[in-house]
Design a protein around this ligand. Structure first.
Ligand SMILES: Cc1cc2nc3c(=O)[nH]c(=O)nc-3n(C[C@H](O)[C@H](O)[C@H](O)COP(=O)(O)OP(=O)(O)OC[C@H]3O[C@@H](n4cnc5c(N)ncnc54)[C@H](O)[C@@H]3O)c2cc1C
Length: 90
């Protein structure tokens, strides 16, 4: 069996290095899990894998209910203030 190093998930990458969950033109094939491309999301979470599965099912079956947008903590003023406070304490 081929088992990638767990740190391989964190390698620098660019778009195209990983397949899109539902590749363009695909009607019955999708990629799920940590090595499928999810723009803006962060790997090494269960949420990432679940999002790929939801994206795959919703995409291939043309469902209206898509996964919720990726949470962007860096756009949340409360998170930014807490980050600054943490930096200040150091
Ligand atoms: C130490 C550690 C701590 C973590 N902590 C967190 C955390 O706190 N929070 C968080 O959100 N995430 C955490 N993660 C990440 C999270 O566990 C994974 O991202 C997630 O479980 C991946 O889910 P998956 O279903 O995509 O893949 P997996 O759970 O890896 O499932 C893949 C399955 O496919 C099976 N398989 C592989 N090859 C074949 C084959 N050829 N034929 C049939 N079956 C096959 C495997 O046996 C496995 O059961 C952690 C991971 C690790 C290792």
């Amino acid at each position: 069996a081929l088992m990638p190093y767990i740190t391989s998930q964190f390698l620098v990458r660019s778009h195209g290095d990983r397949p899109d969950v539902v590749p363009e033109g695909s009607t019955n094939l999708a990629f799920i899990g940590q090595y499928a491309e999810v723009p803006e999301d962060v790997v090494f979470t269960v949420e990432y894998s679940v999002r790929t599965a939801w994206t795959a099912v919703a995409g291939l079956l043309h469902l209206d209910k898509q996964p919720p947008p990726v949470y962007k903590g860096r756009h949340n003023p409360k998170v930014l203030v807490e980050a600054l406070e943490t930096l200040h304490r150091r």
